[in-house]
Design a protein around this ligand. Structure first.
Ligand code: N01
Length: 555
């Protein structure tokens, strides 16, 4: 036994005991709580935020909305009652609606009594002799649990780049992923600088532009954005979904990204250029990421020629929309379309036709420093009253790494993940017994319907815990080497697509110093079939330990 573990056991004689501690009260953590509690397990959820909702609690920036085919399809699927009781007004619900939904679920399932808000988990150490985790909170309390589930969210560790002089800026500073919840941010009469043009920057641009005295958008990489095509939900579709929910749920569980529709099977090469243009025009008019990337042609993300044709179509739309030719030129993206997270908008390119919006292309005119009164680029100073960072996240791995749990032998996660973010099945980490992840690296996470994926992963974790209990097993962890084979599989699946060719937050390239790894399993339903098979084979690839005497004495 390590000395760290001994020390912690002595100190923690009075720590509260749980079966499971869940970190995070967003879609994943809330469902995990429900699913485990239904089985009689004693569960405690901790979240730093003042309310439930996770990502949807923090991302209240102007214009935030679901970019997945929404309405009753971006929400929990396990309960027909929940599907029937909550009315989604729009196809792409806005952040307040999603947060209202999650609060509704928290009340409806009586989840709040087991959720401790305003409590950040600051550390977690596995005690090998006791086969339990000791978890510390920002409130200075310690709790112990046999299992820890990280439901920290794939896009929750906000990234603010280290730009010299930021600390001297006298105006207001915000990050889109940490938008204030206790005050209304007003833009009226202000000169606002927005750094970053991913989903968050592009969604917020038209909204800020409508209110601000002036908006300066600082763009490093131009993106392809498609019209959101938002509008009221299709009442007939919702009625049909409610009446036939098991059928819809079954479809969602077997489509590649967990959507309620099947992607097209027609390849772009099967059509003439004229036919393609007609297909793209129809998708553009309909709007939505699914329409443009999945319903047009099946090979946009696998075939460079098909990809290039769609990319050129979107560039044409930018040229058509943006009146100033030089601004349009700066907005022209060149990477393989769809290989950075596809963005949708409600008037992004149009915003650059306003007199109060200007674009700074950081590739031609880089930021030198932030001053007390603005941002200085090579061409001069841009005077600002407010700076909005839409600079994204240390995605997929950042939140759990910031907790930096210590597993077997006192090894920290930062040490474990120094060379690569290794996992087994995307839900467990070698050397970290009894620690599970929802939407961890090498799971489908951000490339699958996230609420549905969270449910499916949580169900697997629940069943694994029940299996251990039933067989009087005290600990489970990946066997030596299984992570290597898993990494190979993740890589092989990714390499059948164009995704890994582009630097993006999928590859970790947005964070200086982070190693490059395409950390998403793109198998969708095949991935979930593997989870099921592993369980049916008695948790193949895992090693288990019988309950130790010390642990049994505690239980
Ligand atoms: O973050 P991002 P996001 N100097 O990483 C730029 C989900 N989401 O918050 O591309 C200057 O995509 C960076 O430039 P570059 C969705 O999955 C969903 O927008 O690295 N610029 C980029 O332009 C999404 O993909 C919704 O060259 C710097 C931007 O900042 C994910 O969250 C809404 C910089 C960051 O874009 C993340 O989106 C919002 C620097 N030093 C988000 N560092 C929905 O609709 C970074 N940038 C559900």
């Amino acid at each position: 036994m390590s000395s760290t573990a001994t020390q912690i056991r002595i100190q923690d004689a009075d720590a509260s005991e749980y079966d499971v501690v869940v970190i995070g009260a967003g879609f994943g953590g809330m469902y995990a709580l429900h699913a485990l509690r239904e089985q009689g397990l004693k569960v405690r959820v901790f979240d730093e935020a003042a309310g439930v909702g996770g990502t949807w609690f923090w991302n209240r920036y102007p214009g935030a909305r679901v970019d997945f085919p929404g309405g009753p399809f971006y929400c929990y699927t396990f309960s027909e009652d929940l599907v029937k009781e909550f009315d989604w007004p729009e196809r792409q619900p806005d952040q307040p609606t999603v947060l209202r939904y999650l609060n509704f679920v928290a009340d409806r399932l009586d989840l709040r009594r087991d959720i401790e808000l305003g409590s950040r988990i600051t550390g977690a150490v596995f005690d090998e002799a006791a086969q339990r985790w000791t978890v510390e909170t920002s409130k200075g309390t310690r709790v112990r649990a046999q299992f820890v589930i990280s439901a920290t969210g794939a896009l929750s560790a906000a990234h603010i780049p280290k730009i010299p002089g930021l600390e001297h800026f006298k105006g207001e500073v915000y990050h889109t992923g940490r938008w204030p919840q206790d005050k209304q941010v007003g833009f009226a009469g202000k000169r606002v600088g927005l750094i970053g043009t991913g989903s968050s920057g592009i969604q917020s641009t038209p909204v800020i532009a409508r209110e601000a005295a002036h908006l300066t958008v600082f763009q490093r990489t131009p993106q392809y954005s498609v019209p959101a095509g938002n509008g009221p939900v299709d009442d007939a579709l919702v009625a049909d979904a409610r009446a036939n929910w098991p059928k819809y749920r079954a479809i969602m569980r077997k489509t590649p990204i967990g959507s309620h529709f099947e992607p097209t099977t027609t390849c772009a090469r099967e059509h003439t250029p004229q036919q393609r243009t007609a297909v793209y025009e129809a998708a553009w008019t309909k709007g939505g990421i699914g329409s443009v990337l999945l319903e047009t042609y099946c090979d946009i993300l696998t075939d460079k020629e098909s990809n290039a044709a769609l990319a050129e179509f979107v560039r044409g739309k930018i040229r058509e929309t943006v009146k100033d030719a030089d601004t349009a030129r700066k907005l022209m993206p060149s990477y393989l379309i769809g290989t950075k997270r596809q963005v949708m908008d409600e008037g992004y390119y149009e915003a650059f036709n306003r007199d109060n919006v200007s674009l700074v292309d950081l590739r031609e005119d880089p930021i030198l420093e932030i001053t007390a009164t603005g941002v200085r680029t090579e061409s001069g100073e841009h005077a600002l009253d407010m700076l909005v960072f839409a600079t994204g996240f240390d995605a997929i791995t950042g939140a759990l790494q910031s907790i930096n749990p210590r597993g077997r032998g006192g090894v920290s996660l930062t040490e474990r993940w120094a060379a690569r973010f290794n996992s087994y099945l995307g839900v467990t980490i070698p050397g970290f017994p009894n620690l599970f992840m929802i939407h961890g690296p090498e799971s489908p996470c951000v490339l699958f319907n996230m609420p549905l994926g969270a449910e499916m992963e949580s169900d697997w974790i629940r069943d694994c815990i029940l299996y251990l209990r039933e067989h009087r097993l005290g600990a489970i962890e990946p066997a030596a080497g299984v992570d290597v084979a898993w990494a190979r599989e993740v890589e092989e699946v990714a390499n059948t697509t164009l995704y890994p060719e582009t630097d993006s937050w999928y590859t970790g390239s947005n964070i200086p110093g982070k190693h490059r790894q395409f950390a998403v399993h793109m198998g969708g339903p095949n991935y979930f079939a593997t989870l099921t098979r592993v369980a049916e084979q008695g948790y193949a690839g895992f090693v288990t330990e019988a309950v130790k005497e010390t642990a049994a004495a505690r239980a």
